[in-house]
Design a protein around this ligand. Structure first.
Ligand code: ATP
Length: 314
C-alpha cells in the first residue's frame, strides 16, 4: 500500500532545545495513525512541519510521496487538518462558516455544506452563531471544515479536546468510517492513549521529541501487563513469604498512614496459576483474603512505556 505521510529524520530545534528529534514516521493509505505523547512532547511541532507551517531544522516531510516545502503548494491539496483549537468566524452561523470554506476551497458542489453538516451531526446547530457553540461543537465544526473537500489525508491535532465521552465516540466512529469506507489516511494526535488507540491501526509514542515506540494497534492489547493482586491479614508477612520464594513483589504507593496497599506480582507463572500462590500462602499459615488478576489499562501502559524509556512522568 502506498505511503501517504512520511518523515525522515525530522528535527526542530528552538534555541538550544531539540523539540523534535530525528523522527521517522510512515503512514500508509487507509491507516489511522495515533500520534501520542504527553503535553509538550512535540506532537504539534511535528504536525506543523508536516503542514508546512514551520520549517524543519533538518530532515524532510513527504505527503503522498511529494516533499513538503516552499513552492510545492500542491502537496496540501488532498489534506484536511486541524491544529489546536480551530478558528471560526464567531458572528457567522455554522452554515455560513462552512459556506465560506466551500467557496475558499473552490468546491463547486453547493450540497457539500449540507452533506458535511449531516455527517458531523451539526443539523441542530446549523443556524447557531459559532461564538455560541459549546467547545465540543466548535471542535466538530473544525472537523467539518477540515473534511469538506473530501481530502485523502486528514491530520488532526487533539481533535477530541473539549468533547464529552459521546462526542469522543462519534469522532472515533467518523474516523473509522472515513478510513474503512473512503480509504482516507488519518494521523491523529492525542495525549490520552485510551481516547484513540481503539481505532488506530498503528501507534507512535513521542516523548521529549523522540519517537520512543511504534506499535501495531492490534498488538497493543497483548502488551498490556497482567498482575496478580494479593491481600491478607498480615501484608508484611505475606510480602516476606513471597519474596523468600523468589517472587518480585510490588507494593502500590503507601498511604499517608504508612499502611501497605495490597501486594502485586507480575510473574507470568503466578498470573497464570494463582492457585499456586494460594497454596503457598495457606501452607505458610497466611491464607489470602484477596487474589485477583488485574490487567493494566491503556493509560498505565502509555505512562509505563514513557517511564521505561527514562521519561519523567508526573
Ligand atoms: N515557537 C516555539 N519556540 C520555542 N519553543 C517552542 C515553540 N513551539 C513549541 N515549543 C516547545 O516545543 C515543545 C514541544 O511543543 P509541542 O507543542 O510540539 O508539544 P505537544 O506534544 O503538541 O504538546 P501539547 O499536547 O501540549 O500541545 C514544548 O516544550 C514547547 O514549549
Amino acid at each position: 500500500m502506498s505511503e501517504m505521510i512520511s518523515t525522515t529524520n525530522l528535527t526542530k530545534v528552538y534555541g538550544e532545545t531539540c523539540v523534535v528529534d530525528k523522527v521517522n514516521l510512515s503512514v500508509k493509505q487507509g491507516d489511522i495513525f495515533g500520534f501520542l505523547g504527553l503535553n509538550g512532547a512535540g506532537k504539534t511541532t511535528t504536525i506543523r512541519m508536516l503542514l508546512g507551517m514551520i520549517t524543519p531544522t533538518s530532515g524532510q516531510c513527504y505527503l503522498q510521496g511529494q516533499r513538503v516545502g516552499a513552492g510545492n503548494t500542491d502537496t496540501w491539496r488532498d489534506v484536511g487538518y486541524i491544529v489546536e483549537t480551530p478558528y471560526s468566524y464567531p458572528d457567522l452561523t455554522v452554515k455560513e462558516n462552512l459556506e465560506i470554506v466551500r467557496q475558499l476551497r473552490g468546491i463547486q458542489e453547493k450540497s457539500c455544506v449540507h452533506w458535511i453538516i449531516k455527517k458531523l451531526k451539526l443539523e441542530d446547530y446549523a443556524s447557531k452563531k459559532a461564538k455560541h457553540l459549546s467547545l465540543g461543537n466548535a471542535q466538530r465544526l473544525g472537523i467539518a471544515k477540515a473534511m469538506m473537500h473530501k481530502p485523502k489525508i486528514l491530520i488532526l491535532d487533539e481533535p477530541t479536546n473539549g468533547l464529552d465521552p459521546a462526542g469522543i465516540v462519534e469522532v472515533r466512529q467518523l474516523l473509522m468510517d472515513l478510513a474503512k469506507n473512503s480509504g482516507v489516511t488519518v494521523l491523529v494526535s492525542s495525549h490520552k492513549l485510551d481516547e484513540i488507540s481503539r481505532i488506530t491501526t498503528n501507534i507512535g509514542i513521542i516523548h521529549e521529541g523522540k519517537l520512543i515506540k511504534e506499535i501495531d494497534g492490534k498488538q497493543l492489547e497483548s502488551q498490556l501487563k497482567k498482575s496478580l493482586i494479593i491481600d491478607g491479614r498480615d501484608r508484611l508477612a505475606i510480602k516476606s513469604i513471597l519474596s523468600k520464594t523468589g517472587y518480585k513483589v510490588y507494593t502500590q504507593d503507601k498511604s499517608t498512614t504508612g499502611e501497605l496497599f495490597p501486594l502485586q506480582i507480575q510473574n507470568e507463572d503466578a498470573v497464570n496459576n494463582p492457585e499456586k500462590i494460594a497454596t503457598l500462602l495457606v501452607n505458610a499459615g497466611h491464607p489470602p483474603t484477596l487474589l485477583k488478576i488485574e490487567k493494566e489499562d491503556l493509560e498505565m501502559y502509555f505512562l509505563r512505556t514513557i517511564k521505561e524509556r527514562g521519561g519523567d512522568v508526573k
